[in-house]
Design a protein around this ligand. Structure first.
Ligand code: NAP
Length: 258
């Protein structure tokens, strides 16, 4: 993959998929802003891991839905590493919620992080990308947005479907400026998020049933997503935009696999 002297901001890179994306981009020679919400020590550990392999990185704490905090993050990354050419909107949360439950606070939290938390960082970097006539934006959606049947994921799925629409609309708007906007729809990836609002038994059952329902007969690893993100973020992917790349090992349990 080709990356010509690039700088990236990866949101939610203190752990899980974001961490794998940050490490992968750094391994490709990209300087990386490692954003986190509250786990500063974990984010710093990612920075040190990158530095120990000869890469450049900086940890930047900010809630991705907070415009002022994200503006400060962008300023810090650009001051220390250079103009941001690549934005990976990875930060996201899952909270289990059924139709019968009306905990609006839970819905609002998912909307704030998963939807507003995509729009705010894009707005913060896009003027610079336009000026330079180059940009790569990669948003993390989910196969939940395509219509999986997994219990409790309806409202999370709705927030991730919004990410797909925003990806296509922003791609339409930004293409003339040399900026691509794509999304990745991961399947079940073994990270902390899969433990949220689930018991150990539920998670163990999910691991085995999902592995059985995947053509590749396993659940995903963060590195599986990082590989796709790195490609979409690379110079090579300049003619790919407005796409949603599913990375799920060939799951066969969709309501709608369209
Ligand atoms: P994770 O292990 O729970 O990690 C979440 C990351 O996001 C952490 O770095 C966290 O920071 C950060 N974060 C959360 N809220 C934030 C906020 N408001 N501002 C800034 N950072 C915030 O999750 P993951 O599994 O790696 O998921 C990454 C993305 O992939 C998410 O968008 C998720 O919805 C999506 N996805 C995951 C799966 C899966 O099966 N794992 C499947 C489909 C889609 P702290 O560490 O500081 O809390």
């Amino acid at each position: 993959m080709t990356f010509q002297n690039r700088t990236a901001l990866v949101t939610g890179a203190s752990r899980g998929i974001g961490k794998a994306i940050a490490l992968r981009l750094a391994g490709e020679g990209v300087a990386v802003g490692v954003n986190y919400r509250e786990r500063a020590a974990e984010a710093q550990a990612v920075v040190e891991e990158i530095a120990s392999r000869g890469g450049r990185a900086v940890a930047v704490g900010a809630d991705v839905s907070d415009e002022a905090a994200v503006a400060a993050t962008v300023a810090k990354v650009e001051a220390e590493l250079g103009p941001i050419d690549i934005l990976v909107n990875n930060a996201g949360i899952f909270r289990r919620m059924e139709l019968g439950e009306t905990d609006w606070e839970v819905m609002d939290q998912m909307q704030r992080t998963n939807v507003r938390g995509v729009v705010v960082p894009i707005r913060a970097v896009v003027e610079g990308m336009r000026r330079r006539g180059y940009g790569r934006i990669v948003n993390l959606s989910s196969i939940a947005a395509h219509g999986t049947s997994m219990a409790g994921t309806t409202f999370y799925a709705a927030s991730k479907a919004e990410v797909v629409v925003l990806t296509r609309r922003f791609a339409l708007e930004l293409g003339p400026f040399g900026i691509t906007v794509n999304a990745i729809a991961p399947g079940f990836i073994a990270t902390d998020i899969v433990w949220v609002d689930r018991t150990r038994e539920e998670v163990e059952r999910l691991f085995s049933t999902i592995a059985e329902k995947a053509m590749m007969r396993r659940v995903g690893k963060p590195e599986d997503i990082a590989a796709a993100a790195a490609f979409l973020a690379s110079d090579d992917a300049g003619f790919i935009t407005a796409q949603v790349i599913t990375v799920d090992g060939g799951r066969t349990d969709y309501i709608n696999h369209g």
